[in-house]
Write a protein that binds this ligand. Structure first.
Ligand SMILES: Nc1ncnc2c1ncn2[C@@H]1O[C@H](COP(=O)(O)OP(=O)(O)OP(=O)(O)O)[C@@H](O)[C@H]1O
Ligand SMILES: [Mg+2]
Length: 283
């Protein structure tokens, strides 16, 4: 576990790779953007994560799936600096890093969109986008500048359903709120956007909006790690799948290696006769 194997499979999507993937170090194209090795985490006697290995390649959508309580949110919180793993290593572009705080994660370019989104309903879209890091000029907020870059970011992400960036976030639909939270993450020069169940509370149209947004991010070279219980969404949007079962990643690979039957088998039993599983040490 001294180094990260250059094992990530090539993209199965035909999306562009012209986005701002800042490799930072001189990592080879096969080196995943983020790699976790042997991550374990317990809450007292509860072993939430056990020896988790996960690769998140650049510019691809990786879906993290698993049953309730499998450990998905805990794993995401470990890579976002909310929880400190008890053991394990984290690599960014092949270089080992320590993520102790959310600030560490954000400095690397990891933006996490949690399910509650942490938006302020009583503020408009622009104010939410710049919350805590307002642009100032001569001590005054550069409202025009912030408004323009908010509009540009939403346009870049092809978010067209928002009528005005001066609309209060409290008046937006679930999908639009999700779009604002993602736009805020992207505006911070993120290289990896992590989304914990972004479509769980959404209707059909809103879900479509968020799934399109995820593909837009990937087409701009941004990696997305998305947790979802909805296999239809997963097979519609992901390039890769990682399956968690009882606190560990039991299978990981290109979406083409899976179908809904094998995915359900892996989610419910940790094994599938149709896909190699790490539990049966076939990898
Ligand atoms: N703060 C905590 N304190 C104690 N136990 C926790 C804590 N957070 C998570 N757990 C436990 O760790 C395990 C993994 O929980 P986690 O929330 O990561 O699962 P999940 O895969 O995200 O589930 P879901 O699909 O229901 O969101 C569960 O057994 C849960 O009870
Ligand atoms: Mg969860």
């Amino acid at each position: 576990m001294e180094n990260v194997p250059e094992s990530t499979s090539p993209s199965t999507s035909g999306d562009g790779r012209d986005g701002p993937v800042d490799s930072g170090a001189s990592a080879s194209p096969a080196t995943p953007l983020l790699s976790l090795r042997g991550i374990s985490k317990n809450f007292g006697p509860v072993q939430a994560l056990q020896d988790c290995d996960l690769d998140v390649p650049a510019g691809q959508v990786t879906a993290l799936i698993g049953d309730n309580g499998a450990g998905k949110s805990t794993l995401v919180k470990c890579m976002s600096g909310i929880y400190a793993p008890a053991s394990g290593q984290t690599f960014w572009n092949g270089k080992e890093v320590n993520i102790h705080t959310p600030r560490d994660a954000s400095d690397l370019g990891i933006a996490t969109v949690y399910q509650d989104l942490a938006l302020c309903d009583n503020l408009d879209i622009v104010s939410n986008m710049f919350l805590g890091r307002e642009e100032t000029k001569y001590e005054m907020l550069s409202e025009i500048k912030m408004e323009l870059s908010t509009k540009q970011t939403l346009k870049d992400l092809s978010v067209t359903t928002v009528k005005s960036v001066r609309q209060l976030v409290g008046s937006l639909s679930g999908g639009q709120r999700q779009a604002v939270a993602v736009a805020r993450a992207v505006m911070r020069d993120s290289k990896l956007v992590v989304m914990d169940e972004p479509t769980a509370a959404l209707g059909v149209t809103q879900t479509k909006l968020v799934l399109e947004l995820i593909r837009t991010l990937a087409s701009r070279g941004i990696s997305v790690l998305v947790i979802s219980h909805n296999l239809l969404d997963v097979f519609g949007v992901a390039d890769r799948i990682a399956v968690m079962y009882l606190g560990t990643i039991v299978s990981e690979g290109p979406i083409a290696n899976y179908d809904t039957t094998s995915a359900v088998e892996l989610i419910t039993t940790g094994e599938s006769s149709r896909v190699p599983s790490r539990l049966s040490s076939s990898l």
